[in-house]
Write a protein that binds this ligand. Structure first.
Ligand SMILES: Cc1cc2nc3c(=O)[nH]c(=O)nc-3n(C[C@H](O)[C@H](O)[C@H](O)COP(=O)(O)O)c2cc1C
Length: 287
């Protein structure tokens, strides 16, 4: 039976670089792969209301928008490829808008966990991608995918990304990684020993934190090369399926914590009720 690749396009531009790059990955997969495509900016994805209903009882988000249908496509796919354009040094907001609804993912761990996935950050100016690749990798980790590789590719004009043969090779490499975990792309530099992430926060005292799995450790220099030691913390995101289940339990446990602390919390909230003037909406405020 054939397999399905879900292409998640976080660009509003039709036949733009993100869409074409995903199509290029698909064309390298060989026969037997159907490509289904989702353009995130065109979907009606409402902001999460922080009601936590997706974590309890029916475990279903009360919003009646496109999110659950889109998530069903992700659950049903055999693999997925995510491409986001750099917008002001980060991924286009449609990617985060989808991700912000992600407490719903915990109801679908069995269907989402471990799906092969690759990502691409597409930027118009070389070196100006900011955190776009991290955003794409985080999207894959937070949707419980098996991140087999990610890349930054450059191209500003629609289609320009495929004018560069190196980018076509990158797409072919990502396609290989999707089919075979052994072909995962080689890291370009030091990576987190736990999750493979390559974005870190360093502090002056030798501390280091991986921005992908949130684990922390120490860094040093070994014969002029950066050495990194990182251990899993209390909430590793997500090194195993068990981490996902534990994190979901921790989230559910917050309800009891809230009930325990309700009185204390109410008191501090009361201090600031009514302070300030809400502005920004058309017709709201005096400006
Ligand atoms: C609002 C906006 C912001 C952008 N910001 C950046 C940026 O910060 N860095 C960059 O390299 N390119 C930036 N670009 C260029 C796009 O990332 C680039 O054109 C990319 O190829 C778009 O992908 P698409 O064709 O799939 O839409 C921006 C484009 C737009 C429209």
């Amino acid at each position: 039976m054939g397999k399905t690749l879900l292409g998640i396009v976080a660009s509003p531009r039709r036949l733009g670089n993100c869409e074409l790059f995903i199509k290029e990955i698909h064309s390298n997969l060989g026969a037997g792969w159907e490509l289904r495509l989702m353009r995130l900016p065109e979907l009606d994805i409402q902001p999460c209301r922080a009601c936590y209903r997706c974590l309890f009882d029916s475990m279903r988000c009360p919003h009646e928008d496109d999110f659950l249908a889109a998530l069903e496509e992700l659950c049903a796919a055999d693999a997925y490829a995510v491409a986001a354009p750099a917008y002001l040094l980060a991924a286009n907001g449609s990617l985060k808008k989808f991700l912000d609804r992600g407490l719903q993912f915990y109801a679908m761990v069995d269907r989402l966990w471990g799906k092969p996935a690759v990502g691409a950050a597409v930027a118009g100016i070389a070196g100006m991608e900011g955190i776009t690749e991290l955003n794409v990798a985080s999207f894959i980790k937070m949707t419980f995918g098996d991140l087999r590789g990610s890349a930054v590719v450059y191209g500003a004009l629609p289609g320009e990304v495929l004018l560069n043969p190196e980018n076509r090779q990158t797409a072919a490499g990502l396609a290989r990684a999707l089919c075979d975990p052994g072909s995962a792309m080689k890291p370009r530099g030091p990576v987190c020993p736990l999750c493979g992430g390559d974005t870190f926060r360093f502090d002056a005292d030798g501390g280091i934190k991986c921005m992908l799995c949130s684990s922390a450790g120490r860094y040093g220099w070994d014969e002029g090369r950066l050495s990194i030691e990182i251990a899993a913390g209390d909430h590793p995101l997500f090194l195993s399926r068990g981490d996902v289940v534990r994190h979901a339990e921790w989230l559910r446990g917050m309800k009891d914590k809230f009930l325990e602390k309700k009185k204390e919390l109410k008191a501090v909230v009361k201090e600031h009720i009514g302070t300030g003037t809400w502005v920004g909406k058309k017709g709201q405020g005096g400006a």
